[in-house]
Design a protein around this ligand. Structure first.
Ligand code: 48F
Length: 254
């Protein structure tokens, strides 16, 4: 077969632009591809919703790749073990109720599950604002290429519409802070000291619709609530992603 560079370029640009246009209006925009966002998007897409995952970095995985202090291992507690099993992530028991898994495998398997379920990934897309019109509900995202943001170039963004957005941006709680800064009803209290027991215990109650059309999950949910941080125990992230998917699904059905 004779290879033609122009065809290769056309294939890349054409197919990606097609997806970009297809996802200009989506059911759920999950912002942030860490463990909570990957879990939420995989579950929602499996349920048949059109889900786009917007990630500002080159790769998804967020804070999970690095495990604890660059040791590529994560710990998951008993309550979330079923999610390790659901996504086919191998784990080894460690003491009573703790399971250790490879952070690389965990990211790979969550990402694979999201791909298999039909999630469309928009990497190197950075959310810089949200759309809230007269009805007072979040209706879309304002985005730019991350390199544009990094270079400080003066280039206007584009927009993508969604029925529900999930703030899975981790410690920064980017969407929540944007809504807060522009006078929305959200207040981001900021996360507290490390206290794994409490932070993991409360994360599900903080995973909620924080503004009409905006669900917060993972560390973003804890940051909004002023909850503590938990370090490299990841059960709460998976459970929070699962809960965010359930909440987004019920918002889409009403
Ligand atoms: O930080 P991150 O992994 O969030 P998470 O799912 O999980 C937190 C844990 O990794 C860990 C922890 C739990 O044990 O404390 O930190 O809550 O992933 C957040 C993702 O959001 C992306 C960011 O690059 C990362 O991959 N992100 C942040 N801001 C934006 C964004 C933005 N403006 N636009 C798009 N993506």
């Amino acid at each position: 077969m004779e290879l033609d560079e122009i065809t290769i370029s056309r294939a890349i640009v054409g197919s990606q632009m097609e997806k970009f246009l297809e996802f200009m209006e989506m059911d759920v925009a999950v912002v942030g591809g860490g463990p909570s966002g990957l879990t939420a998007s995989a579950i929602l897409s499996k349920e048949g919703y059109r889900v786009g995952l917007i990630e500002k970095k080159l790769s998804v995985g967020g804070g999970m790749w690095g495990g604890g202090m660059m040791f590529p291992r994560i710990v998951v507690q008993e309550e979330a073990r079923r999610l390790l099993d659901r996504f086919g992530i191998h784990s080894t028991p460690y003491g009573k109720g703790y399971y250790v898994a490879s952070s690389v495998e965990a990211v790979a398997k969550l990402t694979a599950a999201a791909c298999d379920a039909g999630v469309e990934f928009f990497t190197l897309f950075s959310v810089e604002d949200v759309m809230i019109h007269g009805d007072g509900k979040l209706s879309g995202l304002v985005l730019n290429w991350t390199p544009v943001e990094m270079a400080g170039l003066h280039i206007d963004p584009l927009t993508m519409g969604c029925h529900v957005a999930v703030d899975a941006t981790g410690h920064d709680a980017v969407l929540a802070r944007l809504v807060e800064r522009k006078g929305g009803t959200v207040r981001v209290k900021g996360e507290g000291f490390m206290w794994a027991q409490r932070a993991e215990g409360e994360i599900l109650s903080h995973t909620r619709e924080i503004f009409p059309g905006l669900v917060a999950c993972g560390m973003a949910a804890n940051a909004v609530a002023g909850e503590h941080r938990m370090g490299p125990v990841f059960g709460g992230m998976l459970l929070s992603g699962e809960r965010a998917a359930a909440l987004a699904g019920s918002l889409l059905r009403t």
